[in-house]
Design a protein around this ligand. Structure first.
Ligand code: GLY
Length: 573
């Protein structure tokens, strides 16, 4: 088959894929501001904040609190996350509200009597919860950079929890699928099942979903600020929930929790500035490192979805994820060599052994297995009319965290402790391996892959705000949205909708979305020595972009999210 014919076939396959997802797509444009998130009601809460005179930070905080009500799989009060902010005056901020290990955590707490990793304890017990950071983080961001008051940004979340909302099909199904999880504890039964004549029934799609206890907790936060969560009644309820099982979080842990403003990771890619999240997320460092490695190649010329590009990007990803396993952890506890890892000279050295016609091999140690991905995490993007931008990713870790709702408080607990390296060389639920840098230490924050990112080109009045859920695939999803936008010059919609692939060093294979890539190119990748596996979808990159006065919001067509624009919105799809 000639190269030209093959290139034409690749373009056709991509166009067919993009067209096939177009029917569920959501893209909006507005000169006044957009919010893109996994829940239409949450995006609308953000737009309401803008309508009330709030800025992008107010909108992001209102959206995130509302996601805790309308998207309980990952929106949360009992989890944590990261936020990257770019203000129209050129300043940038990174806020770390990642969960922390409780003071009573120990290095080997997830090892059984034989010294083996115990996934039940690490993922599905109360012991799997880190000290939640979301409430502290969202309030800190709003307090420092927002314009509205706390009550205003919490009002819509409270209203939706108290009055209820109609459960969308997909969420009702996911809740029904977890019936056994809810039946394990009183708090979870009360929220996710309906008591009828002493029988617990499932919720159906379109039923009104009211969360009275959650509304009460949100009201305490609205009235008292962080004290309404980390002290007093909510803290008592969290500690009581811990004591119903093997949970470790104490009153002291809650009282001492603080979010941390950190210096964002700054990089450049061609003519663009990259602003992303530093440790304890590995996201920003790996993103900049991978872009540095790619910058030496004319990726646009190599083409989207071609053998050359897919091989190159897989080799870049392999090298970056190998570094992640060894060097990345909470920089408050471990000397992460950030500057070296994001240095362009280091990238050039790292690609010294790259060959364009042969796959390299990851280490010979036994490869970890990657579990089936669920949408563990969720990302929202906001740009307001002044050009302030927020990228915010938040999570409970697994979908619905460890499945335990704090009885009487109405919110789910995270199982984020599994993001520590429980046993060096042993894969976690994402198949990621780690070492000393990410070992469990009391009050340390577990390594993350969350990559809230803002790309800036001031001369062109250009902003791209993106991020994604997907555990280990978060960073490569963000990489592809950035490369699609900059190198392949795609519209935001196409940059988000185009098919994705992923390599994470171990397991030594490329994971590809089922639809969208040319099967012949996949065969060619295999002949270079790459192993490949398929996955239905990768990531959920709800994104926003500003080019001059036009602000565009796109929710990832792989899922049921929605981008909403302020006032003069024209729904283009
Ligand atoms: N829990 C997924 C992450 O933080 O990367």
């Amino acid at each position: 088959m000639t190269k030209i014919f093959r290139a034409a076939l690749t373009i056709l396959v991509v166009i067919t894929f993009v067209y096939s997802v177009l029917i569920t797509a959501n893209e909006v444009s507005s000169s006044l501001g957009v919010v893109s998130s996994r829940s239409e009601l949450a995006s609308q809460a953000g737009i309401q904040a803008l309508e009330q005179g709030g800025n992008a930070i107010d909108a992001a905080v209102a959206t995130a609190f509302t996601l805790a009500v309308t998207y309980p799989a990952a929106g949360n009060l009992g989890g944590g996350g990261f936020m990257v902010v770019y203000l129209a005056d050129g300043s940038s901020y990174a806020l770390d509200f990642r969960e922390m290990a409780p003071a009573a955590a120990t290095r080997d707490m997830f090892l059984d009597e034989n010294g083996d990793y115990d996934s039940e304890r690490a993922l599905r017990s109360r012991m799997s919860s880190g000290v939640p950071g979301s409430v502290a983080g969202l309030l800190a961001a709003q307090d420092k950079l927002g314009k509205l008051d706390r009550q205003a940004v919490l009002a819509e979340a409270i209203r939706l929890a108290e009055n209820g909302f109609q459960l969308p099909d997909d969420i009702a199904k996911r809740i029904r699928d977890r019936r056994d999880v809810w039946l394990r504890s009183e708090g979870s039964k009360q929220v996710f099942l309906k008591l009828d004549n002493e029988e617990y029934l499932d919720y159906n799609a379109s039923e009104l979903f009211v969360q009275t206890d959650l509304a009460t907790t949100l009201k305490r936060i609205s009235k008292e600020g962080t004290k309404g969560f980390y002290e007093g009644e909510t803290a008592d309820l969290i500690v009581a929930e811990m004591q119903r099982g093997n949970g470790l979080i104490s009153h002291g842990d809650l009282k001492r929790y603080t979010s941390v403003w950190r210096e964002p990771v700054h990089g450049t890619y061609r003519d663009y500035q990259i602003i992303s999240m530093p440790p304890p997320s590995s996201g920003g460092v790996l993103l900049v490192q991978m872009l540095n490695m790619l910058e030496r190649f004319d990726v646009g010329e190599l083409g989207f979805g071609t053998l050359a590009t897919m091989h190159l990007m897989s080799e870049v990803e392999r090298r970056a994820y190998a570094d992640r396993a060894t060097h990345l952890g909470d920089s408050d506890f471990y000397p992460v060599p950030i500057d070296e890892l994001i240095d362009k000279k280091y990238a050039s050295k790292r690609m010294g052994n790259f060959t364009p016609d042969k796959a390299s091999k990851s280490a010979t140690i036994e490869a970890g297995t990657v579990s089936v991905e669920s949408l563990e995490t969720t990302h929202l993007s906001v740009i307001d009319h002044e050009g302030n931008a927020v990228a915010l990713t938040t999570t409970l870790n697994s979908g619905y965290g460890n499945g335990y709702v704090v009885e009487g408080a109405g919110f789910l607990l995270n199982n984020e402790m599994d993001d520590f390296s429980a046993k060096p060389g042993e894969p976690n639920q994402f198949g990621l391996v780690g070492a000393e840098a990410n070992a469990i230490v009391p009050r340390k924050r577990m390594l993350s892959s969350m990559t809230p990112t803002i790309v800036v080109n001031k001369e062109e009045d250009y902003l791209l705000v993106t991020g994604s859920p997907g555990g280990s695939t978060i960073i490569t999803t963000v990489l592809q949205v950035v490369v699609n936008s900059i190198d392949h010059k795609m519209t935001l919609y196409d940059a988000v909708a185009s098919p994705r692939f992923h390599h994470q060093w171990l397991s030594d294979r490329i994971t590809l979305e089922l639809q969208g890539f040319d099967p012949e190119i996949i065969d060619d990748l295999r002949s270079l020595g790459h192993e490949t596996v398929n996955r239905t979808t990768i990531g959920d990159a709800n994104s926003a972009q500003k080019i001059g006065n036009m602000i565009i919001g796109v929710s990832d067509p792989r899922n049921e999210g929605r981008a909403v624009g302020l006032e003069n919105t024209q729904n283009s799809q």
